[in-house]
Design a protein around this ligand. Structure first.
Ligand code: ZN
Length: 98
């Protein structure tokens, strides 16, 4: 039973991480387009806030193995993009070993 649950839990976690990246990139692209086509300060502020929220959600992603933050928030700019957990070293998109 555990063998069936753990891989699925990891898959869901990695899928969530990919979705967070996609949302963040989408908001950044929308923000850049809006700067050119609709430079209204209120619209840009709302879009910028959405970008910051998406960046926070991406940075707050938790490792499926150790449940710590996947990226070290104190070194996020130096280590981004991160391909392994800052705490346990689990490579991204891997499933639990047998
Ligand atoms: Zn970890």
């Amino acid at each position: 039973m555990t063998d069936l649950v753990e891989p699925e839990r990891y898959r869901q976690a990695w899928r969530s991480r990919r979705e967070r990246v996609l949302v963040l990139i989408s908001f950044i692209v929308v923000f850049c387009v809006l700067v050119e086509v609709w430079p209204d300060p209120i619209v840009l502020t709302v879009c910028f806030a959405a970008c910051m929220r998406a960046a926070y959600r991406y940075a707050a992603f938790r490792c499926p193995r150790c449940n710590e933050e996947f990226m070290d928030a104190r070194k996020i700019l130096a280590t981004w993009p991160r391909s392994d957990c800052a705490h346990c070293g689990l490579p991204a998109n891997t499933l639990p070993q047998d």
